[in-house]
Design a protein. Structure first.
Length: 188
């Protein structure tokens, strides 16, 4: 059971009203000003509003949204460091698969090729999809050059899927852009 609670009240006389005195009626009704709480917490924060200023409630909402995004979807990060921490394990797993089983010039080993095909489907393609979702959702944190790298990676990921899931072996596929290995590293 949950209730919709206003961070800044709908009326100009409710708890925390002085913190949002300059807000219009439509801004007070905007979803960014709404927090979902259990009935007990809703009553508690409204009765003890001096202990629960708007800033605290906004931080709660932001924390809750991030937790749900991690649990149910694609998180949006506030820093490149956070984004890199999410991207790095996916890149590392793909790199390990490629190092162990990836195609090599002038090496025609059926066992290696079979392992590569299996791991591309089981590991690399799902990781590529996760990387694309993470990076697209956090595109605002990318540099201009990183955005170009991401766009090239998206083409590579699509062509890899077409090869391994649809059997489209058209020559001239886009290779993995090496710049992906350092995407989101460092501050800008």
């Amino acid at each position: 059971m949950a209730e919709l609670a206003h961070i800044i009240p709908a009326s100009t006389k409710g708890p925390r009203a002085t913190e949002g005195a300059d807000l219009t009626e439509s801004e007070r009704a905007d979803p960014t000003n709404i927090l979902v709480l259990c009935p007990t917490c809703h009553t508690m924060i409204d009765k003890g509003f001096s202990h629960y200023p708007a800033g605290v409630l906004r931080r709660w909402k932001e924390r809750s949204q991030r937790a749900r995004a991690v649990a149910f979807g694609t998180p949006q990060f506030t820093s490149r460091t956070e984004a890199r921490a999410a991207v790095e394990p996916l890149l590392g797993a793909n790199r390990a698969v490629f190092q162990l089983y990836g195609p090599l010039d002038d090496v025609f080993d059926d066992t290696r090729a079979d392992q590569w095909s299996r791991h591309v489907v089981d590991t690399v393609i799902p990781n590529n999809r996760a990387l694309l979702h993470l990076l697209q959702s956090n595109r605002d944190l990318l540099t201009v050059a990183e955005k170009t790298t991401l766009d090239i990676f998206a083409i590579h990921a699509q062509q890899l899927e077409e090869r391994h899931l649809e059997g489209n072996w058209t020559p001239g596929s886009t290779r993995f852009p090496e710049e992906m290995n350092s995407i989101m590293k460092g501050d800008v």
